[in-house]
Design a protein around this ligand. Sequence first.
Ligand code: NAD
Ligand code: TDX
Length: 332
Amino acid sequence: MRLLVTGGAGFIGANFVLHTVRSRPDVQVTVLDKLTYAGDVRSLAPVADAVEVVQGDIADAALVDRLVGAADAVVHFAAESHNDNSLSDPWPFVQTNLVGTYTLLEAVRRHGARYHHISTDEVYGDLELDDPARFTETTPYSPSSPYSSTKAGSDLLVRAWVRSFGVQATISNCSNNYGPYQHVEKFIPRQITNLIDGVRPKLYGAGANVRDWIHVEDHNAAVWRILEDGRIGQTYLIGADGEQSNLEVVRTLLEIFGRDADDFDHVTDRPGHDLRYAIDSTLLRTELGWAPRFTDFRAGLEATVDWYRGNEDWWRPAKATVEAAYAATGQA
Ligand code: NAD
Ligand code: TDX
């Protein structure tokens, strides 16, 4: 199988490519990645000999047409992915997440390639802390931020291209990922690298907001199950029953680092900050037999801390710039 992976130099995409090359020698991987601030070819160094990396934009129609034409299937990870950035400058989110997805869909339509669309649970908006409900495949879309609204729009494009043009697509909406190679702008790597630097973790607002954490390996295993056996046109929610408040996550990290439980700072909250996400992944589990392997969140966090301790060369160059941007918004 010839597989085109967009965004394969980003956090989840790189983990997907590493996993695929190591476990599926019959799959020939090409990565299309713009190598924005969030993409890093060094993440693919362990499999550099086995993967072709093309630096380019998913909104470049001629390039995308050529690459999709040479592929049997496309897994589309590429996106502008950070909510805070979408609040300070929404335009790249509209361009990449909407125009980029449109460009891929048109190429997939012309060439008849199988297409899997990677999306987020944030398209469903947020839940109250005490709401027993969780998101399912039929929850109405209600995105809050420029990031989540452009992801929601991209999902709707996929649905329309399936129904109107018979494109062979599936969609997955996953909860918050953690693991190796995640950019230091994101919550968990930011706090881990702060703690390595002896800096106190930074909690937005009171820290009561809840995220449903899943290890990136479990997300990618689910993507493969959907790619192989998912029903065309179907949306699958991916989640590992990992609800934790941000305060709980910070407290666990402080414990891992042997620091005092109150050794963190409250900083300016994110405007429009979604309160809680929670995924019901029953469909994926019952229909496709997927189950998460990383069910011990603390053990997963410890392994992630070890990875950042052992790979300072990878994250150090981005750290100061990220912290300067947070300082400018009162979040440092
Ligand atoms: P990331 O920001 O780490 O990586 C994004 C990658 O896309 C980077 O390599 C970047 O260079 C590339 N890219 C950006 N714009 C591009 C363009 N115009 N053309 C080509 N490449 C471009 O993001 P991530 O956290 O790995 O997220 C990957 C996907 O998973 C996204 O679609 C995101 O919405 C989705 N998702 C992420 C999470 C999460 O917790 N991180 C959860 C659910 C869904
Ligand atoms: O320093 C911080 N302090 C803090 O309290 C940062 C960076 C974040 N937070 C909070 C905000 C969120 O409640 O932590 C939580 C997680 O924040 P992010 O890592 O920015 O993730 P989130 O906004 O939840 O979105 C993530 O999950 C869904 C990904 O970035 C998205 O790409 C994905 O779709």
